[in-house]
Design a protein around this ligand. Structure first.
Ligand SMILES: C[S@@+](CC[C@H](N)C(=O)[O-])C[C@H]1O[C@@H](n2cnc3c(N)ncnc32)[C@H](O)[C@@H]1O
Length: 265
């Protein structure tokens, strides 16, 4: 099983827990009909999974993740929303322990960019999806991240992030590759789209800079960057300071482009 680049530090979870079906899986909404069974692969803290469960109830929803610890958060998110049609389990997307044709919908959000074999992962997602069901994926594309202003320090974060993610077997420019990966996995019917997140209010800037700037000094990313010789602690501190300067600027704006695919199994 691969190493998840970010780990599940609070700086990382705060970004994942903001996510909803509406802001992170809008391309999937037409397929979330009552009664549909859904597998959410790499569900993390499960806020998207809980939203899926609400929409497809009484359909069965299963959230799986390679990291057991984060599944407690996921179960809590589901309980808080009163979702009773959802369960969680540990699983590796490369080897899912479900029979062929088990689900109507198999979904992954921000997972394939972290795994060493995204094409194999898509094949496995297809195997557990019933014929005629859909496999849906959305991935950020780090080359499609743009922001303003660009204070000294902050402009260095991608220089550090790319080798850290790739050193763990991931591909930060995943969004643009989804169609290619789906074709390589054998899907003939692939509908592609893109959508973005935008952070510009003072609250959004504070939260996003703490999540990403904070991640560069206090998470698994920071440890790996230093251990791999990609940055010193001082350089990481300068990146964090740059993020905070960006957040403090009233003109601050940040956009994250994503690739999305809906594949018919
Ligand atoms: C960026 S998080 C996304 C979480 C959630 N889908 C969301 O968008 O809020 C990526 C998740 O994928 C999980 N993951 C990484 N590699 C995995 C693998 N091989 N199989 C299953 N899950 C994996 C990580 O543990 C992490 O929780």
């Amino acid at each position: 099983m691969s190493t998840y680049t970010h780990g599940h530090h609070a700086t990382v979870l705060s970004s994942h827990q903001w996510r909803t079906v509406e802001n992170s899986a809008a391309h999937l909404l037409p397929h979330l009909v009552p009664g549909a069974s859904v597998l959410d692969v790499g569900c993390g803290p499960g806020t998207i999974t809980a939203g899926i469960a609400e929409r497809v109830a009484p359909g069965r929803v299963v959230g799986v993740d390679a990291a057991e610890a984060v599944l407690d958060e996921a179960a809590r998110a589901a309980r808080e929303r009163g979702a009773t049609n959802v369960e969680f389990a540990v699983a590796d997307v490369h080897a899912l322990e479900y029979a062929d044709d088990s689900f109507d919908v198999v979904h992954a959000h921000q997972v394939l960019q972290h795994v060493p074999d995204p094409v194999g992962a898509l094949r496995e997602m297809r195997r557990v999806c019933r014929p005629g069901g859909v496999v849906a994926v959305r991935e950020a594309d780090f080359g499609g991240m743009i922001w303003y202003p660009n204070p000294p320090g902050m402009d260095d974060w991608l220089r550090v992030y790319y080798p850290v993610a790739r050193g763990n077997g991931g591909e930060p420019d995943a969004g643009r590759r989804l169609v290619a990966w789906a074709r390589a996995a054998g899907f003939a019917d692939v509908a592609a789209s893109s959508s973005s997140w935008c952070y510009a209010t003072p609250e959004e800037r504070e939260w996003w800079s703490e999540s990403w700037g904070g991640r560069m000094v206090r998470s698994h990313v920071a440890e790996t960057a230093v251990a791999g010789g990609h940055a010193t602690r001082e350089e990481l501190a300068a990146i964090y300071a740059g993020w905070k300067e960006w957040a403090a600027d009233d003109a601050g704006w940040f956009s994250v482009t994503h690739g999305e695919i809906i594949c018919v199994a």
